[in-house]
Design a protein around this ligand. Sequence first.
Ligand SMILES: Nc1ncnc2c1ncn2[C@@H]1O[C@H](COP(=O)(O)OP(=O)(O)OP(=O)(O)O)[C@@H](O)[C@H]1O
Length: 245
Amino acid sequence: MTTIASMTTMTSAVYCDGVTKRFGKQFALNELHLAIPKGKIVGVLGPNGAGKSTLFRMLTGLAKPDRGSISVLGQRPGWRTNAHIAYLPDRARWYGDHTVNRAFHWGESLLPGFDRAVAERLAAFMNIDLDARVSGMSRGQEARLMLILCVARSVPLIILDEPFSGIDVISRERIIESLIDHMSSSELADVERTVLISTHEIYEAEALFDHAVFLRDGQVALSGDADELRAAHGSMHATMKQLYR
Ligand SMILES: Nc1ncnc2c1ncn2[C@@H]1O[C@H](COP(=O)(O)OP(=O)(O)OP(=O)(O)O)[C@@H](O)[C@H]1O
């Protein structure tokens, strides 16, 4: 029998039903109910400690819920689903002795769906020298490399946890522009991509989003279509201010 829950599981990129995760007495996620539609660029937003990284870790099978169930691309998270996910964790670092070229070569051999030509184009746009050694890069330059390694992949789900942290405001605007351009380009038309992005740089990033989920204390405080949220509150930034003041 097909139930409403099983249909929502199939039509959603991510579906969480009553997901709870505790660390000692602290609830990271508390009876979280969430359905993220496929094919959208989604802002996963909220103050420090709201549960964003914990949610992402669960979607990639790195953490297990104490209670509740999670479905990613219609399946339980694990190695099968991870082949279809490009995940940029917060605090991600690359090998210091690699050059950008070597990182892209590594990506080509080991990351499903990695497209080197796309990576090189993004690198040119983001001012990343292919011969640069990672150990000599600034934090912001390394953050760009990590971002490219994820978004140059043709996979149905991309999860970016704080991808812009450490990148200066001018470069951030340029990078967000290049992402908008890249996400809407025809080279990705073969895959229905869902992209989840957590960021505190909501002012600059909000043009990216066509859906938003606001978390508070491990629960969904508000979620919906970005245009509808903007129409109701003025901007995503204003929505955030009203929700968390
Ligand atoms: N491994 C852990 N051990 C103990 N507590 C944890 C652990 N991971 C998360 N927490 C707690 O769970 C809550 C949610 O943390 P999480 O990192 O998911 O928040 P976040 O929304 O990503 O925050 P930020 O915006 O600061 O990155 C916080 O109170 C945090 O202290």
